[in-house]
Design a binder for this molecule. Structure first.
Ligand code: BGC
Length: 767
């Protein structure tokens, strides 16, 4: 099964289901693709496989990457770097486009897109349009919560609506291809890219994947309404050793099939048009040149009919990994493995012609790649509508109210209430006329509500925490206090603000956490506590608030699960606010004032300390599960349980679960439970169904999420929720990728989160 990962000369395209016709294209469109292909020269075919971005050239004597290094290691200052750049030129690769040697560009300025597209369409021999791609990860002009937060909304309709809005906003700027959704299952909070993806669980991630793909791709009422999705990073990137970005990954095949592949399979089924190969090596083979994952699993088993793009510069990195000798070798291994488009190295452009001539790449391999790329361009309508019209370009110059409303709705639904009061008396929501002291640099800052990978937002659309709360709490006073970047010489001023905040407010809301650039790519951390002096100063704030009899609320703003153990013990309430996007301020104000009740859940376990990483709820059992006794799977110096489990989140009322039952049907099990609102407020509860296959030929997780449903019984009333689990979904893949449904004992759990869901039944199942 591991196969020969490099299939150098004799790539057998029968290991993939060969795509001759894209199913969604009409017969005429497929003929158009074939006709075009038959008229292309070798160079033009290779050109389609080449993605370029705007290069910075001229005005300096070293290469651009070297210049960046020089700036990073201090050989030149930021000022000098900027001065050099201002003398440099931008190379838009016009000449290459004219010759038909570029298939795609990473450009997002609509006039640039149109100008380059005109060269491709009107001046290149065959007039094949370019496809413009961009990282639109959690919104374009409207920036929504970072994905790990939005996933916690457990709301597939929301996932699709935010994607659809992002598609419309970007397509009117020329961008027809989003490098999203990011679908890396991630279980290590040290990894900075946990922020970009849907968390740790295969089921939730799969629901997220399908919804995002549908949202991005399905509205064909106009070419201005949809884009091609790009599922990334394929595959296993989130399992990087020690949470360090780009690091090696070792994942047993059954875990690849059961966990890491699941969201990609769901997205492929939803019709995702492209996939991005990941940077990491998987069990020794870089994913850029991995025929097992690309040719066999993706294009074969999953019947994926779109094209695969490399990650940035990744074909060259195949050499650095130690898997290819030189650029030509790297290009040959990548294209033969099923990697269709080269992001940024021009290795295909410079080497594939020779490789074809000498026979180390077959023409049918090249044709397969070109056909896939052309088919996606046809599907996008680029041949008929290559340009962005001037009117469309300006459609969202002022964001319409419904865009802002969606951004706020997503933010409201994604925040997670982690703690509310210590002695059973809730601290939140706050009365609107309360004297509130709001403290923290992050509260008065637009950039840090946005999160990593958002490039097209504008200041005028953003509501800071301060602005949002001032609107709702008329007596609020803001104190800058401190934040992640507070320097040693600012401590005195910060302490004065702490004193003033405690003196003024009946309640102090401290907005603390990570700056946006501390998560996302190349942003791994070895410590996952609040960075800088924040924990120390929060300690001082806590002592002073307590002495003065004031309540202290933490609004956490972060791009990864943080170790909030100290905070959980010492502050009165915690709202996990993540980075919720442009309307974060108004959303937080609604939640803190009770205009909305929190309903977000954790899509990722919160560890009790960094030493627990990686940690996730759906682990297999050891022979000695952790407990308090010595010879069990535990730490001497830390708890074995996480701080907050997957699926966790409180609200302003309480829900009680009772009368759980399981009914066997011919093809499914119906798991029902009565949910009673025993508190005094309206709120939404996310009921979660977990399953355990008690004994199997490969040990199965202690619990696996198998379904969820929302309910909102009014105070004092109950609703019965039923979640149906199809029998065909109760199996698992073995190490060969064969799906097994094994008879035996199964346990069903239903409840509020992965830890508290209670046993509903244990049943002997025969499939
Ligand atoms: C990232 C990708 C991204 C690409 C293009 C890479 O560094 O890993 O997620 O899509 O750059 O910007």
């Amino acid at each position: 099964m591991w196969g020969s990962p490099d299939l150098p000369v004799t790539v057998d395209l029968t290991i993939q289901k060969r795509i001759i016709k894209m199913k969604e294209l009409t017969a005429k469109q497929n003929e158009f693709v074939e006709d075009l292909l038959s008229r292309m020269t070798l160079e033009e075919k290779i050109g389609q496989l080449n993605q370029a971005s705007v290069s910075i050239v001229g005005g300096f004597d070293v290469s651009f990457p070297e210049l960046i290094e020089m700036n990073a290691d201090g050989r030149i200052s930021n000022e000098e770097f900027q001065r050099i750049l201002s003398n440099a030129d931008r190379d838009y690769h016009e000449e290459e486009i004219r010759k038909g040697l570029v298939g795609s560009m990473m450009v997002s300025e609509p006039h640039d897109c149109n100008r380059l597209q005109k060269i491709a369409v009107e001046e290149s021999r065959l007039g094949i349009p370019l496809i413009f791609g961009l990282d639109v990860i959690h919104g374009f002009r409207s920036v929504y919560p970072i994905a790990i937060a939005e996933a916690g909304a457990f709301d597939t309709d929301l996932f699709a609506r935010t994607a659809a809005m992002a598609a419309r906003e970007s397509r009117t700027q020329g961008v027809a291809w989003h490098f999203a959704p990011m679908l890396d299952i991630a279980r290590d909070a040290r990894w900075g890219r946990v922020s970009e993806g849907p968390g740790e669980d295969r089921y939730l991630a799969s629901a997220f994947a399908a919804a995002k793909v549908h949202g991005l791709q399905d509205d064909h009422s106009s070419t201005e309404n949809y884009v091609a999705a790009c599922m990334k990073h394929y595959i296993g990137y989130g399992a990087c050793e020690s949470g360090r970005d780009y690091n090696t990954t070792s994942i047993a095949p059954h875990l690849v099939y059961n966990h890491y592949l699941a969201p990609f399979a769901a997205g492929a089924k939803a019709g995702a048009k492209t996939v991005m190969a990941s940077f990491n090596d998987l069990n020794g083979v870089p994913c850029t040149a991995n025929s097992w994952t690309l040719r066999k699993i993706l294009k074969g088993d999953l019947d994926f009919e779109g094209f695969v793009v490399s990650d940035a510069n990744a074909i060259r990195e195949v050499i650095v990994h130690g898997y290819a000798e030189d650029e030509k070798d790297a290009g040959i291994k990548s294209v033969n493995a099923g990697l269709d488009m080269d992001m940024g190295t021009e290795i295909y452009l410079h080497n594939l012609a020779a490789a074809i001539e000498e026979g180390s790449v077959k023409m049918e391999v090249l044709d397969d790649a070109v056909r896939r790329i052309l088919s996606v361009k046809v599907w996008l309508g680029l041949f008929d509508h290559p340009y962005t019209e001037e009117a469309a370009m300006h459609r969202y110059d002022v964001l319409p109210a419904e865009h802002l409303a969606l951004a706020e709705e997503a933010a409201v639904k994604s925040a997670v209430l982690l703690k509310n009061g210590t002695d059973g008396t809730p601290v939140l929501p706050l009365a609107k006329d309360a004297k509130v002291s709001l403290l923290g640099t992050l509260a008065d800052d637009k950039e840090n509500i946005i999160g990593a990978w958002a490039m097209s937002w504008r200041e005028e659309d953003c509501v800071t925490i301060r602005a949002g709360m001032e609107e709702v709490f008329p007596s609020l006073q803001y104190f800058k206090g401190f934040g992640p970047a507070t320097a040693a010489d600012e401590l005195d001023a910060a302490r004065k603000d702490i004193d003033d905040a405690v003196a003024y407010g009946d309640v102090i809301v401290a907005a603390l956490g990570e700056p946006g650039e501390m998560s996302g790519e190349a942003s791994s951390r070895a410590s996952i506590i609040m960075p800088g002096c924040q924990r120390q100063l929060l300690g001082e704030l806590m002592e002073k608030s307590r002495a003065a009899g004031k309540k202290l609320v933490l609004l956490a703003m972060n791009g990864r699960p943080l170790d909030l153990s100290w905070e959980t013990e010492h502050v009165d309430a915690i709202l996990e606010g993540w980075q919720l996007g442009i309307r974060m301020g108004s959303a937080v104000a609604k939640l803190l004032s009770g205009d909305a009740a929190p309903e977000g859940r954790l899509a990722s376990t919160f560890p009790a300390c960094v030493g627990q990483c990686p940690i996730y709820y759906s682990h297999p059992n050891t022979g000695r599960p952790g407990s308090r006794s010595k010879f069990t799977s535990r730490y001497l110096d830390a708890p074995y349980e996480p701080l907050y489990p997957f699926g966790y989140g409180l609200t302003y009322t309480q829900f009680e679960y009772s009368d759980a039952s399981v009914t066997e049907k011919a093809d499914s099990f119906d798991v029902s439970v009565k949910v009673t609102n025993t508190g005094s407020r309206n709120a939404v509860e996310t009921v979660q169904l977990y399953m355990q296959d008690v004994s199997a030929s490969l040990v199965r997780p202690v619990r696996e999420l198998k379904g969820f449903a929302k309910t909102s019984p009014a105070p004092g009333s109950s609703e019965t929720v039923t979640i149906s689990l199809a029998k065909k979904d109760m199996g698992f893949y073995d190490n060969e990728g064969t799906y097994l449904l094994e008879d035996g004992k199964f346990r069903f759990y239903i409840g509020a989160n992965s830890r508290d869901a209670a046993l509903a039944a244990e049943i002997n199942v025969k499939f």
